[in-house]
Write a protein that binds this ligand. Structure first.
Ligand SMILES: Nc1ncnc2c1ncn2[C@@H]1O[C@H](COP(=O)(O)OP(=O)(O)OP(=O)(O)O)[C@@H](O)[C@H]1O
Length: 312
């Protein structure tokens, strides 16, 4: 029998007035999976995060968390979830422990049990020596860890996080990802949003968002492999003309991305000499590489990942 998903998103749509920010998104997240929603600014990730975390009401479509309908039982679903917001949700004037105690009370925890739980969580996140430190004396990475500790106090089965690693240095980001791996091993399901390609690569599976739609859904390796072979980037003064000429000479159509000509080919090293022989006078530089998640994004959308062209 197939394992029931921890999180099930079906045909979800969301409008802010006239603007449709999420346009019919469907996917499942398996128990214990670390799932990343990757997309550039404005692609709809935060809106989806707000819907899943019950911050905004569902308009169209359905979301189930651990088999419970969010539309019918939002309070129950909230209880299953640990939530970490993009903007800090801790009080800088309070100590680490005070923040956790305060948060725990919101979830109905109290007394010795709460204190024990808070201390254990702080320990797990490597902040024992900061227990009585005021949060304003902590680094960005340490504050993030306090928020993570806080979100896990009530033993949620599903953790949802909006851009958890934004603003953190690579070391702090790695610490957080190590913690995600530990939680996932314990059966906690994790969904996070990110606009960082290198972060999405660490997820078990990812969904790529573009203009409110899911344009790709698979493991990072499978997505990269789906492009096959190599990625060739040609720098030239007139990318569109060169792309048209390549398309009429060879049996594929390259993409024009940010003033460069970009193409995927099973054997890049064999194709490059042919390209140089035919169009050498127009090519200023050639780059050969393996497809990245950015290439996957470009191949699926025709847009560059970091550009101003995403919002409709
Ligand atoms: N409160 C709002 N009112 C109107 N439009 C909004 C609101 N919040 C978001 N939008 C629009 O909805 C679209 C999706 O925004 P959303 O915040 O979900 O994207 P995102 O992928 O999370 O971007 P970012 O990485 O910048 O947070 C954008 O076009 C945005 O301008």
């Amino acid at each position: 029998m197939p394992i029931a998903p921890a999180l099930s998103i079906r045909d979800v749509r969301f409008r802010y007035g006239e603007h449709e920010a999420v346009r019919g998104v469907s996917f499942d997240v398996a128990p214990g999976e670390v799932f990343a929603l990757l997309g550039p600014n404005g692609s709809g990730k935060t809106t989806l995060f707000r819907l899943i975390s019950t911050l905004v009401p569902l308009q169209e479509g359905e979301i189930d968390v651990l088999g419970t309908s969010l539309r019918q039982h939002p309070a129950a679903v909230r209880g299953y979830l640990g939530v970490v917001f993009q903007s800090p949700s801790i009080d800088k004037k309070l100590t680490v422990l005070e923040n956790l105690l305060h948060h725990g009370r919101l979830y109905g925890l109290a007394g010795g049990t709460l204190k024990q739980k808070a201390t254990t969580m702080i320990e797990r996140l490597g902040l024992s020596d900061k227990l009585t430190a005021s949060v304003e004396t902590l680094s960005g990475g340490q504050r993030r860890r306090v928020e993570l500790a806080q979100s896990m106090l009530h033993d949620p089965k599903v953790l949802v996080l909006d851009e958890p690693a934004t603003g953190l240095d690579p070391g702090a980001r790695s610490d957080i990802w190590r913690y995600f791996a530990t939680l996932a091993d314990e059966g906690v399901t994790i969904l996070l949003t990110t606009h960082l390609l290198e972060e999405a690569e660490r997820a078990d599976r990812l969904g790529i968002m573009h203009q409110g739609e899911l344009v790709a859904l698979d493991t990072p390796l499978a997505l990269q492999a789906s492009l096959g072979g190599d990625t060739i980037t040609l720098r030239t003064t007139d990318a569109q003309t060169l792309a048209d000429q390549i398309a009429s000479r060879f049996d594929f159509t390259p993409a024009v991305v940010d003033g460069t000509v970009r193409l995927e080919h099973p054997n890049g090293h064999q194709l490059i000499p042919q390209l140089v022989e035919a169009f050498g006078d127009q090519i200023d530089a050639v780059t050969l590489g393996k497809p990245t998640l950015e290439d996957v994004f470009i191949a699926r959308t025709g847009h560059q990942f970091f550009s101003d062209t995403h919002e409709s």
